[in-house]
Design a protein around this ligand. Structure first.
Ligand code: SF4
Length: 259
């Protein structure tokens, strides 16, 4: 009986995930993946630099790093103080410099260098297990390497994605992004990992925000199970006193111009 119910829930959640992904593609478009794909190590270092800061500062820190040190050998050999000064615009420069050095050192002793192209020959599970063995690299970062760098059809889950999946009721009962990650891998439609992940991040940043989600202009309002959505939608609607369709289209324009 329990197995039958589990199978039914899974089918229901799969269908709902497909509908949600389709709505987001209709509203936000189908995002194009970057080509050529970045090297795994580039992505790992960029991810370390992106922690606890905004996109603008982390891009700046990454550009400065690559300008000053043209190869990973140069970064590995750089004095810690110089490295800290270089990536300062990204914040937490000392902690991030130490982590970058540690990651480079581990790869050097593990592979004899910084060429991680061998990862392309491994399964998703093997890559996740290998990368999460590094200090400071979690499942989210490892799955981002798989998606953005190795071009695998996988669905990384960060805090935005975890929050939105929870509110929509796609991954009920999941308390952490890693739990949501496990559940969602079986629900996301084939070949939609990149599009759904990217659109959910944009949606989570701009509409289904952690605080003050814009429920009054949400294209997923009917799919959402968030208990406060009606109250929040009413509050925002009475504040803005603005037509729902106009707000939605207006916001989509904002989203498009921000990418
Ligand atoms: S209705 Fe509100 S809580 Fe639900 S998905 Fe939309 S913005 Fe998020």
């Amino acid at each position: 009986m329990r197995d039958t119910k589990a199978a039914f829930d899974r089918r229901t959640h799969k269908k709902k995930t497909r509908r949600v992904a389709a709505v987001l593609e209709r509203v936000l478009g189908v995002p194009e993946q970057q080509h050529p794909l970045p090297e795994p190590l580039e992505l790992l270092i960029a991810t370390i630099l992106s922690q606890n800061t905004n996109d603008k500062n982390s891009h700046r820190a990454y550009s400065l790093l690559r300008q000053r040190y043209p190869t990973w050998e140069h970064v590995a050999a750089a004095p810690l103080r110089s490295l800290i000064a270089t990536i300062k615009p990204g914040g937490m420069a000392r902690q991030k410099s130490l982590r970058i050095k540690e990651v480079l050192q581990t790869f050097k002793s593990r592979y004899g260098g910084y060429d991680l192209s061998d990862l392309a020959t491994k399964t998703n599970e093997q890559v996740i297990s290998e990368l999460t063995g590094l200090n400071g690299v979690g499942v989210k970062t490892a799955s981002c390497v798989l998606l953005f760098s190795l071009g695998r059809d996988i669905f990384p889950v960060d805090t935005h994605v975890h929050r939105v999946c929870g509110r929509l009721g796609l991954a009920p009962g999941c308390k952490t992004p890693d739990q949501t990650f496990k559940v969602m891998q079986g629900l996301v439609p084939p070949r939609k990992g990149y599009s759904f992940h990217t659109n959910l991040i944009r949606f989570g940043r701009k509409i289904c925000r952690a605080n003050h989600p814009a429920c009054n202009r949400c294209p997923l309002y009917d799919e959402c199970l968030y208990e406060n959505k009606t109250r929040l939608a009413r509050q925002s609607r009475s504040r803005s006193n603005t037509n729902h369709d106009f707000m939605l289209l207006d916001h989509v324009k904002d989203l498009d111009s921000s990418h």
